[in-house]
Design a protein around this ligand. Sequence first.
Ligand SMILES: CCC[C@@H]1OC(=O)[C@@H](C)C[C@H](C)CCCCC(=O)CCC[C@@H](CC)/C=C\C=C(/COC)CC[C@@H](O)[C@@H](O)C[C@H](O)CNC1=O
Length: 156
Amino acid sequence: MIYYLIALFIIALDQLTKWLIVKNMEEGESITVIENLFYITSHRNQGAAWGILQGKMWFFYIITIIVIIGIVYYLQKHAKGIPLFSVSLAFMLGGAIGNFIDRLFRKEVVDFLNTYIFSYDFPIFNIADAALSIGVVLLIIYMIQEERKEKKEKLD
Ligand SMILES: CCC[C@@H]1OC(=O)[C@@H](C)C[C@H](C)CCCCC(=O)CCC[C@@H](CC)/C=C\C=C(/COC)CC[C@@H](O)[C@@H](O)C[C@H](O)CNC1=O
C-alpha cells in the first residue's frame, strides 16, 4: 500500500512542476541554474525518449497502459515483502502515470530539466522521466542481487 503512496507523491510532484513551468515560462525560455551544468528550459515533446515516435499518441497510450497493468500486477503478486523491487515498481508507476496524464490532456509531454552532465546533447526531461529511469536502475540492481543469491544457493 505504501508503494502506491510513493507513486502518488511522484505524480503530484511531476504534475506540480510541469504546471509551474507551463504557467510561468514561455516555450523555449531557459533559466540558468548552474552555468554550463543545469538549466530549466521549457520544452515540449510529442514523442518518447530522444523525441522518438513523434505524435504517435495511440502507441504511447497502449504501451503506457500495458506498462501500468504490468507494474500493478507485479506489485500485487511478486513484489510483496521485497522493498527494493516494490520501490522500483512504484517509481516506474509514478513516472509512467505522470507522462500519461500529459499525453492525455496536453497531447504532448512537458520537459524542463536541461542538464549537460551525462553528455552534451542529453535530452531535456522531467520528474516523471527521472522517476522512470531511477525505477529502471533500481530494478536492474534488484535483478542482479537476485541472480547472485540464486548462484550462492546453488553453491551451498
Ligand atoms: C524515461 C523514459 C521516457 C519516457 O517513457 C515513458 O513515458 C513511458 C512510460 C512510455 C513510453 C512510450 C515507453 C518507453 C519507451 C522507451 C524509451 O523511451 C527508452 C527510455 C530509456 C531511458 C531509460 C529508462 C533513457 C532516458 C531518457 C530520457 C531521460 O531520462 C532521464 C530522455 C527523456 C526525454 O527525451 C524526454 O523528452 C522524454 C519525454 O519526457 C517523454 N518521456 C517518455 O516517453
